[in-house]
Design a protein. Structure first.
Length: 308
């Protein structure tokens, strides 16, 4: 079964490859977070058929070069390798790098100056290194890289775009991540996955509704248990008192209440109050039952309350 991350990436791959500058920006996201991005070799590895289909079109649009899958890795991985010097030179020149002097991964903001290019860049980053938890799980989206400095530079970019990712590490990886549902929704919408964002939003609403229903049911269940326990206590006390002295131990004005409670041991206060002719109020019935229980407990203890 495909993960939610895989489905999200499939949605992103259905996005049209836009203007050349946005194509360059998206390809730049792929390259900076690629398995290998150096002056002598570029290696892109993916387990997604959709990404494997997108990469040749994207690089053709961005750099006017032809890249093809050169080998298959373990399992379902597809590997794209670029070692041709002319192709590498074309890519590095387009991105503003000196291929012979590249010693580290750093973000060149001049490649992604416009808002649309920045969104395309982050789409490339997510397609290469991103994961997102599904609506049925705890909210979490992350972008991972082995380059600490690059992670901080991309974080600064995202802060400039009014995003607020957290930064952390896991073993040798530097992570940018969101745990807030709304920020995950905004990020996915920005990079071109509104359906996935909507799924997360609907999942959040469903969880809230389910939790609200559970709270209501739990509250109602607790009330029913409480009422049942009180009714059982009343019936038990009345029966013990009657066994000791008969119904006459209770004042005549309360005997109808005694009788109705014994005949309807599971009835709620509202249901029991409605059985009187004429019906009485719930507070009035509650008062009567407290008096009856008090009398019954006195009788059971050997004392009889004087009738008032």
């Amino acid at each position: 079964m495909r993960s939610f991350s895989a489905k999200t990436k499939e949605e992103l791959c259905r996005s049209a490859i836009a203007s050349p500058c946005c194509a360059v920006a998206e390809a730049y996201g792929f390259l900076l977070f690629a398995n290998l991005f150096s002056g002598s070799e570029i290696r892109l590895v993916t387990s997604s058929d959709e990404i494997a289909k997108r990469l040749p079109s994207l690089f053709a649009r961005a750099f006017d070069i032809d890249i093809r899958r050169t080998e298959s890795g373990q399992g379902q991985r597809r590997v794209f390798r670029i070692t041709d010097h002319a192709q590498l030179e074309r890519i590095f020149t387009k991105l503003g790098y000196d291929r012979s002097r590249m010693t580290g991964h750093h973000l060149h903001l001049n490649v992604i100056e416009s808002d649309c290019c920045r969104a395309s860049f982050l789409r490339g980053v997510f397609l290469t290194s991103g994961t997102v938890a599904g609506p049925d799980k705890k909210t979490h989206l992350e972008l991972a890289t082995t380059h600490q400095a690059l992670s901080r530079e991309v974080m600064s970019l995202m802060l400039d775009m009014n995003m607020n990712p957290k930064i952390g590490t896991r073993k040798s990886l530097a992570l940018l991540y969101f745990k807030d549902t709304e920020r995950v929704e905004d990020f996915l919408t920005l990079i071109g996955a509104p359906l996935s964002a909507m799924a997360i939003m609907e999942g959040k609403v469903e969880k809230q509704l389910r939790n609200s229903i559970n709270r209501t049911v739990n509250c109602e269940t607790a009330n029913v248990i409480k009422a049942s326990s009180a009714a059982a206590k009343q019936v038990m006390a009345i029966r013990r008192a009657i066994e000791r002295g008969g119904e006459e131990v209770f004042p005549e004005s309360m005997r109808e209440t005694v009788r109705l409670r014994l005949e309807n041991p599971a009835a709620s206060l509202n249901e029991l109050a409605a059985l009187f002719d004429p019906p009485i109020s719930k507070p009035g019935l509650s008062y009567r039952l407290r008096r009856i229980v008090a009398i019954a407990e006195q009788i059971s203890g050997g004392k009889k309350e004087e009738e008032t």
